[in-house]
Design a protein around this ligand. Structure first.
Ligand SMILES: C[S@@+](CC[C@H](N)C(=O)[O-])C[C@H]1O[C@@H](n2cnc3c(N)ncnc32)[C@H](O)[C@@H]1O
Length: 204
């Protein structure tokens, strides 16, 4: 994210994000796959994955990478540029996927699914709506389903991206509903000097 423009800026919905794509002000993007994705893939975590939801997919390469691994992909974003980008990528690859312009706080799958992959969608939302968002994630997953979470670490106030401290995440993703693995969590570095903590949470 372009910190210069957005640090301490009030959270804006769709048009703000769309504008960032139009301005190419997308410092959160990486050249390739997120190192956590590659790590989890190497550990066999994606084997036999059925359906995976990718909220706030942006223009990231992970939806197609999941599809290449045989997953049925549902990729969501409310920024038209992000959706157009993913549609084009999937059309070129001749792979079917559900790519939907939708608000992640409202959208519902037809039925609960096996997995979701949140690559900096949570940190893009204002913390006031985090409990609503987490309820959504809970409802999207089958019991035993896995949430592949990338918790943004900025160590700063304000956002987006909003800092996602582990203690806050542990309260939000309550252990009554989610199984937490033991630390340490995978540290996914980024050339923008921020990093994410990769955690696989299992829906109870
Ligand atoms: C930090 S970007 C991450 C994009 C992508 N996951 C990546 O790693 O490149 C956050 C994305 O979430 C989308 N987004 C933010 N709030 C949303 C909402 N309420 N519903 C749907 N998409 C949302 C934005 O449009 C943006 O594409």
């Amino acid at each position: 994210m372009d910190e210069k423009d957005n640090e301490n800026a009030p959270f804006e919905a769709g048009p703000d994000w769309e504008q960032r794509y139009m301005d190419q002000s997308t410092r959160w993007e990486r050249e390739g796959l997120n190192p956590a994705f590659t790590h989890w893939q190497g550990m066999g975590c994606f084997e036999g994955l059925g359906q995976v939801i990718i909220p706030g997919c942006g223009r990231s390469p992970e939806p197609l990478a999941f599809a290449h691994l045989g997953a049925k992909v549902s990729a969501l974003d409310f920024a038209p540029s992000a959706i157009a980008f993913q549609c084009e990528v999937f059309a070129k690859a001749e792979i079917n996927a559900v790519i939907e312009a939708a608000d992640v706080l409202q959208w519902k799958p037809e039925a609960p699914v096996d997995a979701l992959y949140d690559q900096t969608c949570l940190c893009a939302l204002t913390p006031a709506v985090w409990p609503d968002y987490v309820r959504q994630l809970q409802n999207w997953l089958k019991p035993g389903g896995r949430a592949f979470m990338l918790f943004m670490q900025t160590g700063k106030d304000g956002g987006p991206p909003f800092h996602c401290p582990v203690e806050t995440m542990q309260e939000l993703f309550d252990s009554a509903y989610w199984h937490w693995p033991d630390e340490p969590f995978f540290r996914a570095e980024h050339s923008n000097e921020k990093f994410e903590l990769g955690v696989i949470l299992t829906r109870r």
